[in-house]
Design a protein around this ligand. Structure first.
Ligand code: COA
Length: 275
């Protein structure tokens, strides 16, 4: 395994072909400073290009996911410096939404402890989210006298139903990992002691799949949400052909042979043998 990069506020760890990008300001409950935004931009770009990374997990050090934007370093320190604020705002949106939601590798948010405000965006942008039963989620902006800006309000409406989005944004009421799973804000929740195993079990499943098929599938699901039926049909036809073009296994030809001719695998029950 090759060495991983080091950053001031983000820790990178490997577990097999799964790479953990860990928000690493535990003494501040992983509140997001300008430096953390810049570091996460670099870390996600690195993981996208790293040949040994098949799956990316985003989580926080010290038993918490993220206490939102760092009120002191992100907001107050830049109050009188619009240029600096603009630069870090761009980085803040870039990793929490653009880089995560368009990441070529499957991404999993592993949420424990606190997840507040701006910490919601990366949870939503990840393809999967698994939480500890006792994790605490809160759209606390309203408690600060502000609104869930920086895409948070938009992101929550992408994933929460309208009643929940309004309820939790306007009341600021907290909800647990268990409640997050019940409302499908996360895929599931487990006791905190089992959180890493649950994440790794999903990660190992994803690691074993054809990485190009995984990438094209997540891109397709993401894109078709905004399409009508004609657009979706046309786009998906083109996408299937594009996959055949770049995939050394030619979009399942090998799998077809293994199922129909060799009778060596059953697609309904598992993975075909790749080159
Ligand atoms: N911005 C800046 N600093 C933060 C922070 C944030 N969002 N969240 C936590 N911190 C800092 C605290 O100021 C404290 O710093 P200090 O040790 O220098 O005093 C340190 O992190 C630990 O926080 P503390 O409040 O002592 O820990 P706690 O476990 O009792 O409470 C929280 C944790 C997350 C409940 C509490 O810190 C909090 O409410 N933070 C703000 C969360 C929020 O609303 N975020 C969204 C912003 S819009």
């Amino acid at each position: 395994m090759s060495a991983v990069p080091t950053y001031e506020t983000v820790k990178i760890e490997r577990d097999g072909a799964t790479t953990f990008c860990i928000l690493n300001r535990p003494e501040k409950r992983n509140a997001m400073s300008p430096q953390l935004h810049l570091d996460m931009c670099e870390a996600l770009d690195w993981a996208a290009e790293d040949d040994e990374t098949r799956v990316v997990v985003v989580t926080g050090a010290g038993g918490h996911f993220c206490a939102g934007q760092d009120l002191k370093l992100f907001f107050r320190a830049n109050e009188n410096d619009p240029k600096a604020f603009r630069k870090t705002s761009i980085a803040s949106q870039a990793w929490r939404w653009d880089k995560l939601s368009r990441h070529p590798k499957p991404t999993i948010a592993m949420v424990h402890g606190y997840c507040f405000g701006g910490g919601f965006t990366p949870v939503i942008a990840c393809d999967f989210a698994i939480a500890a039963d006792d994790a605490t989620f809160g759209l606390s902006e309203v408690n600060w006298g502000i609104i869930p800006g920086g895409l948070v309000a938009w992101a929550v409406t992408q994933i929460m139903n309208y009643r929940d989005a309004i309820y939790y944004s306007v009341t600021g009421e907290r909800f647990s990992g268990k409640e997050a799973a019940a409302m499908k804000f996360v895929n599931k929740s487990v006791p905190v002691a089992e959180l890493r195993d649950a994440v790794m079990s999903l990660a190992r499943n994803l690691e074993a799949k054809n990485p190009l098929t995984v990438q094209f599938t997540k891109e397709a699901i993401r894109s078709v949400r905004g399409f009508n039926e004609d657009q979706a049909l046309d786009y998906l036809d083109a996408k299937i052909n594009a996959l055949k073009h770049v995939d050394p296994d030619k979009g399942g030809d090998k799998a077809m042979k293994q199922f129909l001719d060799e009778k060596s695998f059953k697609p309904g029950l598992g993975e075909y043998k790749r080159t």
